[in-house]
Ligand binder design. Structure first.
Ligand SMILES: [Zn+2]
Length: 155
């Protein structure tokens, strides 16, 4: 990931899409406050591409935006990945799905007291979100997400 990487401001109807884009490593701001003028302001201030389902937004003279066609998050993800030429790559699982912060790699001795013993025994790689105080590791749900992603963007 370099500094010219595209960043997004997703409207509050697109929370699930935002999580998936974060899984890819994309910088996506999203939240309850992000709709209408709030969304436009956030996108303009931070130079983000707007992702929205709100047709009326165009009348508010927004910065560049991508209107999301589908209600289905898989289709939404497919659309954004196609439009922005995103691929699953080195950025995968480098960002907190909840708060959008970058995750930091953590050694086993750091996580010892934070995870159940079977996790400690079976996992080698851990990532830490300092903001949420949340630990991530490549567990089953990640594999499921990757499977789904493989169907959207075959390697
Ligand atoms: Zn976080």
């Amino acid at each position: 990931m370099n500094d010219k990487e595209i960043t997004f401001a997703a409207d509050r109807m697109l929370g699930r899409l935002a999580k998936w884009l974060r899984m890819l490593g994309c910088d996506v701001t999203c939240g309850r406050h992000l709709s209408g003028h709030g969304l436009i302001r956030a996108a303009r201030t931070e130079g983000r591409l707007i992702l929205t389902r709100d047709r009326s937004l165009r009348r508010k003279q927004p910065p560049p935006l991508l209107f999301i066609e589908s209600n289905d998050y898989v289709e939404q993800l497919r659309q954004v990945m196609g439009a922005c030429d995103l691929r699953p790559g080195a950025g995968l699982f480098t960002r907190c799905l909840v708060c959008n912060s970058r995750l930091e790699p953590r050694e086993k001795d750091f996580v010892e007291k934070l995870v159940p013993p079977h996790v400690l025994a079976t996992q080698e790689r851990f990532s830490w979100c300092g903001r949420c105080q949340k630990l991530y590791w490549p567990a089953t749900h990640q594999h499921k997400m990757l499977d789904a992603l493989g169907k959207i963007a075959p390697p």
